[in-house]
Design a protein around this ligand. Sequence first.
Ligand SMILES: [Zn+2]
Length: 484
Amino acid sequence: MASGCSLVWIGALLLGLGASPARAFQFQHHGYEEMVRALFAVQSQCSYVTRLYSIGRSVEGRHLYVLEFSDNPGIHEPLEPEFKYVGNMHGNEVLGRELLIFLSQFLCEEYRAGNQRVTALIHNTRIHILPSMNPDGYEVAARQGPELNGYLVGRGNSRDVDLNRNFPDLNGLMYYYEKSNGKNHHLPLPDNWEVQVEPETLAVIKWMQNYNFVLSANLHGGAVVANYPFDKSREARVRGKTIYSATPDDKIFQKLAKTYSYAHGWMHKGFNCGDYFEEGITNGASWYSLTKGMQDFNYLYTNCFEITLELSCDKFPPASVLPREWLANREALVSYMEQVHHGIKGMVYDDNNNPIGNAAISVASISHDITSGVDGDYFRLLLPGTYTVTTSAPGYQPSTRTVTVGPAEATQLHFYLKTEPKGTNLNVKVPQGKKSPSPPAKAGRFPEQSSNPSLFHKATESEGRKEDHVTCVTDLCSCEVHFL
Ligand SMILES: [Zn+2]
């Protein structure tokens, strides 16, 4: 994995570090106020390449702040992929929150110092960092502190709901469609889903609806391993036994997980916290099955590929280990972001060179389509190899092309779809027979969010919500004995 090219990159990164001393870092735990101050400070120091916005509020009213890095903050540039990191969705798993604050400070400092690798990353990627998805739970855990923190204290939000068991369950529908040749991507949300999820979950789902994310990771603690989808087992009734539950993109997910584990100081060694994971990675369901998790939801509802990073045995480690943890994760955090630039990407146009949003991009032999965004651009993560790719959209003739993907930058592959002749069957035929055509673009799908955060608050603040309205609908829930 360490090609000559990547070694040069690592060298460049270290060189950049030397140029901007790490003494600006304060390796401490950040309570809510301190975290907000730290994020605002980064935004102020790197105002040309950052934007701080809120995607909504927690139950107790704390903002869910996201720091964006981009050469054009607040703007989606066609063919520039969107990436996200989410930390601290379990309030008592705090290392990810600190690492994402450090990462924000690091990106800003290195950018200012002229680090070529960081500069290229920020200029070619739109990076969104949400250090804490569960700021209320964090405060509960932090009141006990690192020494006394119980295994579950502060895990849930302030209504004690586990946010990583709170997303709409789309796996059941996916597994049904796999058998019935149904839709293989962007599965529909259940009716009234908004009132079945917590405010923090609602905010994150609306965030996903508003940005065409390509790659993501959510950061946890309690083990040291990179966990990839599916988390939910296909064999819902098997108890006491775990079964690997592969996505159609299993090989890509394994490579993404290994990118992190091998760039991490010790994750790849496998023996950590009393567990052993070969190469430091695991399929979620083969470890233990869980329902309504965030990573499966990303894959089934959006174009985004997300993995779950378990980063520390101790969920609330003492501040004294933070420098060591930062050094162990720094390269991995950067390398993982760079993975968003692999595979293929391109534009989908009509006869008049107008972009076509929500076109389906299908890769032969991988039964999981992705779609173009409102600007007509698409991003399809793929391993090196030769692929047959078909793009289709209602009202247009599908177009099929063959492309070879190399190990470096994403290969650009643009599609020009001809309008379906009048009088012909408008049902789009897609080779592969494994899917039905996508529905027309939903109004407002992936619209660019206003840079005025108050517009977004309105949409995500909910009132008068009933407590304890999330019910467990599968028998798997009772089997969940791990809480990571
Ligand atoms: Zn967790």
